[in-house]
Write a protein that binds this ligand. Structure first.
Ligand SMILES: NC(=O)c1ccc[n+]([C@@H]2O[C@H](COP(=O)([O-])OP(=O)(O)OC[C@H]3O[C@@H](n4cnc5c(N)ncnc54)[C@H](OP(=O)(O)O)[C@@H]3O)[C@@H](O)[C@H]2O)c1
Length: 352
């Protein structure tokens, strides 16, 4: 397969290059950059294995311009275009590839089916509302069949991925009701590579706290939309936090249990989660052991634990925001879309 990566020098773009370099079904990678076209890929990321050179033949080992990528998409063809561009930039950049290539977009541009909802959340009219009906929400474990047929796959946000995976099986089974309270912690790379005063080392080190609480964070409506598609009566109280770690995300979700499920056996929380994720390589159930960010660091896994207190349930989940929360899930979606092994080229083991 030949694949392109738009925004190749950003954090998720670089993680995509590293994953695709090791992917057994990817033969050629076209890395595209607006800020550094023509730069040798080996100079942009010194952490890449020199072995990637064999997969950069169509650009001579260099970062390509958008025009060069479009020409390659026409001939000899590009199977998948990953976009790791910012929202409001991505949809326009992806549009010319449609028809020739499958688009997997890591930005928020295709995550809302409704252009008006997007405009409310992102404060700007949707750049390409005409394309929204072609997009499928790419939460890999939940929209698998639609992902297999999609032209445009909207990779979910990192907070939505970590929050929805433990919740959806229980919401669909009618086990949770009312307000879902979500407290989440993210590493700083969740904000991308951009220069921002509040992301400086001295501002973030030895410092942690909540930000954009309630409906202010743009991922809240994304989570709530998927939750309400599973169970209309659910609402969300979402509080994200930043911690002084480079990458990783952990989420604690508190729900009121409905229907008095048994503590163990058929119909219990554990049984429902196990049934939902049976045979899926990237969800690991840890039971009463609370997962931590380091358990999933560098891997495409989401680890899920839980603890029951009377009729309240605490759900715990951990992912790597740059892998299962972004580039890894994007590759997982490519694997599903092209009928490859779902786990091809994706790390299951975390790194120390
Ligand atoms: N970081 C995460 O944990 C995470 C998780 C899930 C989803 N996402 C989403 O994935 C996308 C990429 O995120 P990221 O963290 O990789 O961001 P990033 O580190 O800021 O990289 C974005 C890249 O996009 C390119 N770009 C093109 N036009 C740009 C413009 N006008 N302004 C800024 N950058 C521009 C740049 O690469 P070139 O110069 O090479 O073109 C830039 O390095 C975003 O939409 C983000 O919301 C991120």
């Amino acid at each position: 397969m030949r694949v392109a990566v738009l925004g190749a020098t950003g954090y998720t773009g670089l993680v995509l290059l590293r994953l695709l370099a090791d992917h057994p079904d990817v033969e050629d990678i076209v890395p595209v950059s607006t800020s550094q076209p023509g730069a040798p890929v080996s100079e942009v990321d010194h952490g890449l294995s020199p072995a990637i050179a064999a997969k950069l033949a169509s650009t001579g080992g260099k970062l390509a311009t958008m025009d060069e990528a479009r020409r390659l998409a026409e001939k000899p063809g590009i199977d998948v275009v990953f976009s790791a561009l910012p929202h409001l930039k991505s949809a326009e950049a992806c549009a010319p590839f449609l028809g020739a290539s499958v688009v997997i977009d890591l930005s928020a541009d295709f995550r809302f089916a409704d252009a008006a909802a997007f405009a409310t959340v992102y404060g700007h009219a949707h750049p390409r509302p005409d394309l929204l009906p072609r997009a499928v929400y790419g939460l890999a474990e939940w929209h698998t069949d639609r992902i297999r047929r999609a032209d445009i796959i909207a990779n979910p946000g990192c907070y939505p991925t970590a929050t929805l995976l433990p919740l959806l099986p229980l919401a669909r089974a009618g086990l949770v009701d009312g307000t879902v309270v979500v407290n989440a912690i993210s590493g700083i790379s969740g904000a991308g590579k951009k220069e921002r005063f509040d992301l400086l080392f001295c501002e973030r080190t030895e410092n942690a706290g909540a930000y954009n609480p309630g409906r202010v964070h743009r991922h809240a409506p994304e989570i709530e939309g998927e939750l309400q598609a599973a169970r209309a009566s659910l609402s969300l109280l979402f509080t994200p936090h930043l911690a002084p770690i480079k990458r990783g995300m952990c989420v604690t979700t508190v729900v009121r249990l409905a229907g008095n499920p048994p503590a163990e056996g058929p119909g219990s929380v554990g049984a429902l989660l196990a049934a939902a994720y049976e045979g899926r390589p990237f969800v690991r159930l840890t039971g009463s052991r609370v997962p931590q960010t380091r358990d999933t660091w560098g891997s495409n896994r989401c680890d899920i634990g839980w603890h029951r207190e009377g009729d309240s349930l605490l759900l715990f989940s951990a992912i790597d925001n740059l892998v299962k929360g972004a580039s890894g899930q994007a590759v997982q979606n490519m694997n599903l879309r092209f009928g490859l092994d779902e786990a091809a080229g994706l790390p299951l083991n975390g790194q120390l």
